[in-house]
Design a protein around this ligand. Structure first.
Ligand code: FAD
Length: 464
């Protein structure tokens, strides 16, 4: 009998309370249940345990440990490296844990670990509140938060982890704890960037901020104007006030008739996606220095709810594409790096690839490097190199382009990349590097909470 079959049979006896929430390879739901956002990754777990509460999570951890099976934890399943699944192991699937409760009086939001950000936005927006999230609303709350989380509100309100007030976790021994500044403060420090290394988070409590509508959306220019625009952007963005956010990007205009004029379809472009929390007049003034440089090809900006901006690109980036990622923190963008960025994007494969430069200045820098594991707070941008294409036959081209491009830019990078933009083939030194001076403390907390490295299907921190 194969390991997978025997594990499944044991699970059906030992985890009886799960009923039909245990999914194995013989289940017609198996293929759908094991599918990840990144179609380049194809893993076959022995068992998927859909957990509804912390007791389920504890039971699944105990089962996996008893049977010596690796554990993967699935929040939104968006991780580029596919770390929400594991061959022949147990997937602790938190997707049933979908509660969101907003307390407008304290401006706090409690979120179940199976939520995606769109579900949080849907609950907070009616109160004109927002938690700082990422830029695609189908991304999981859990993985994004535990890795740091940067998005449209970062310059004004910091990273997602800078707005985390507490979390409920199930530890490797099955015990349930709260991590906050008052309870298990070391654990609370470690989960604000250290990923899923320390336990399974079942619920998060966030601080929310008043945000009504914003001026947001993309402006695109011809890629031939990128040198001038990016040279201006590198000076303009850091001096812009914190309520002004704009991430520079290179892309291809998608051939989507409803969204883009046909004459622009498949044009290579550079652009800024704006999120400005100000009046129309103030927003216009804020954008003027960039808009005066060259005539845009397309202006897609307008006054919209923040939740609408957070979901604006969901349709374009749905599940099932081939993704290959790299990330690098960037302090400065010299002329040579500008030229290389343009040249690599002039030959980007397909129409879904590109790069984004997310600002990490402003409020992100109000938090000291040692206050959370997220160490690269003194940089200006977090760059992501996005290899993406719907066609499986393009997988190699996507991968090669991403690798070539990121390696060409590496001499201009700060020395590490954001942990949530890493694949699983970058090596332990790269994981260490993202945490910089915080790595030894992370190893100590790991040794305290997970000395046997039960939670190792992740960007792994080795116990001290
Ligand atoms: C289209 C797209 C856009 C993105 N945009 C942004 C962005 O704007 N900003 C940003 O910061 N990041 C962004 N990301 C990266 C994102 O932060 C990571 O992909 C993140 O891992 C996704 O979280 P998830 O819950 O969906 O992950 P999953 O794939 O479910 O899990 C990822 C990792 O987290 C661990 N994990 C998940 N849930 C838990 C839990 N409850 N307890 C313990 N460990 C857990 C898993 O073990 C795994 O290692 C984006 C990703 C995609 C695909």
């Amino acid at each position: 009998m194969s390991t997978t079959v025997s594990a499944l049979e044991s699970a059906r006896t030992e985890l009886k309370d799960f009923g039909d929430r245990l999914i194995g390879p013989d289940d017609p739901r198996y293929d759908e249940a094991r599918t990840l956002f990144n179609a380049m990754i194809d893993r076959r777990p022995a068992l998927i345990a859909r957990c509804e509460n912390a007791a389920d999570v504890a039971a699944a951890i105990r089962f996996a440990r008893t049977h010596d099976l690796r554990i993967a934890v699935r929040g939104g399943g968006h991780n580029g490296a596919g770390l929400a699944s594991v061959d022949d192991g147990v997937v602790i699937d938190l997707s049933p844990m979908k509660t969101v409760s907003v307390d407008p009086s304290t401006r706090t939001v409690r979120v179940g670990a199976g939520c995606v950000w769109g579900e949080v936005d849907a609950a907070t927006q009616p109160h004109n509140l927002a938690v700082p999230t990422g830029i695609i609303s189908s991304t999981g709350v859990a993985g994004l938060t535990l890795g740091g989380g940067h998005g449209y509100l970062a310059r004004r309100h910091g990273l997602t982890v800078d707005n985390l007030l507490s979390a409920q976790l199930v530890l490797a021994d099955g015990s349930q704890v709260t991590a906050s500044t008052d309870e298990h403060p070391d654990l609370f420090w470690a989960i604000r960037g250290g990923g899923g290394n320390f336990g399974v988070a079942t619920e998060f409590t966030f601080r929310a901020h008043p945000v009504e509508t914003i001026v947001g959306g993309p402006t695109f220019w011809a890629i031939e104007q990128a040198d001038e625009l990016l040279a201006a952007y590198r000076e303009w963005l850091p001096s812009a006030p914190r309520n002004v956010m704009g991430f520079f990007n290179f892309h291809t205009i998608p051939p989507v008739a409803e969204a883009f004029p046909e004459e622009l379809h498949l044009r290579k472009v550079c652009g800024i996606v704006w999120c400005i929390d100000a009046s129309d007049e103030e927003a216009e003034q804020a954008m003027a220095p960039m808009l005066s440089i060259a005539e845009p090809l397309l202006d897609g900006t307008g006054r919209i709810p923040l939740a609408a901006l957070n979901g604006a690109f969901d349709g374009l980036y749905g599940p099932g594409d081939q993704w290959y990622w790299r990330g690098d923190f960037v302090r400065e963008i010299p002329d040579e790096a500008i030229r290389l960025n343009r040249e690599w994007n002039e030959r980007m494969p397909g129409f879904k690839a590109g790069t984004h430069l997310y600002p990490v200045d402003g409020a992100v820098q109000d938090v000291k490097v040692e206050d959370t594991p997220w160490a690269y707070r003194d940089v200006t941008w977090s760059q992501v190199f996005i290899g993406c294409d719907p066609d499986p036959a393009s997988a190699d081209a996507v991968r090669e382009w991403t690798l070539g491009y990121s390696e060409a830019l590496r001499p201009y990078a700060a020395g590490a990349g954001y942990v949530n933009f890493m694949m699983d083939d970058e090596g332990q030194e790269r994981v260490k590097a993202t945490y910089g001076p915080n790595y030894p403390r992370l190893q100590q907390v790991k040794a305290q909470y997970d000395p046997e490295n039960v939670f190792r299907v992740n960007q792994n921190i080795k116990p001290a």
